[in-house]
Design a protein around this ligand. Structure first.
Ligand code: CA
Length: 224
């Protein structure tokens, strides 16, 4: 799958040049030309990494990064102009994964993006999780109990897999939102609804399966 990049950059010539180069290198690129548009790209589409210019016309990229970091671990590479040392340091302190100083070559940009994406890969998961009678095949993205396949929507499957990675561990609603929806701008009601449906499907299985327990005021866990 092509990684999806958000390119938040106010200089059109430079942004268009970056975009066409990155697309040729196998990335999908959504370009946003100011902080406001950048914010909606980051919060409303599934992005794998952001390249964020810190000097934006409608506010500092640092503010955008700070807001993003309060809810998300999305990989971010900040871009600054020459001489903007303070911004660069602040960017790293707020949690940027790397930085580039203009001017930089397109090849350099691609190399940094690939390196950050590699570092941010989640650790390899076992292909099959077995929790009591429940079998979660993470490669096929399917779950079954004693051979009976569960019919799950993609987000329901993702929720089950997340809880199933650590049975007995409580995951907070925010953790679920961040991991499955990519950001916590979604309402907790979304999680409640998905838990409700998933619970119903687990309960409808012919063999007793693990169940999802609500930890009041905090989150959920899967009990074998
Ligand atoms: Ca700029």
């Amino acid at each position: 799958m092509r990684p999806h990049l958000a390119l938040i950059e106010d200089e059109p010539d430079f942004a268009l040049m970056c975009r066409s180069y990155l697309e040729r290198e196998g990335f999908t690129v959504t370009w946003a030309m100011d902080a406001r548009a950048g914010k909606s790209v980051l919060y409303e589409s599934r992005v794998d990494l952001a390249v964020l210019d810190l000097g934006l016309p409608d506010g500092s990229g640092l503010e955008l990064l700070r807001a993003l970091r309060s809810t998300s671990r999305l990989p971010v590479i900040v871009v600054t102009g020459r001489g903007a040392e303070a911004d660069r340091v602040a960017g790293l302190e707020i949690g940027a994964d790397d930085y580039l100083v203009k001017p930089f070559s397109q090849r350099e940009l691609v190399a940094r993006i690939r390196a950050v994406l590699r570092r941010s890969q989640p650790p390899e998961m076992p292909a099959v999780l077995q929790i009591g009678s429940l079998r979660i095949d993470t490669a096929a993205r399917q779950a079954s109990a004693d051979g009976v396949l569960l019919t799950l929507r993609p987000k329901e499957y993702a929720l089950l897999e997340m809880l199933g990675e650590a049975p007995g561990r409580v995951f907070s609603t925010e953790q679920v939102l961040e991991r499955i929806w990519g950001a916590s701008w979604q309402q907790p009601a979304t999680v409640i609804e998905h838990v409700y449906r998933l619970r119903g499907k687990l309960a409808a299985l012919p063999t007793p399966a693990p169940r999802i327990t609500t930890v009041r005021g905090y989150g959920y866990r899967l009990d074998p």
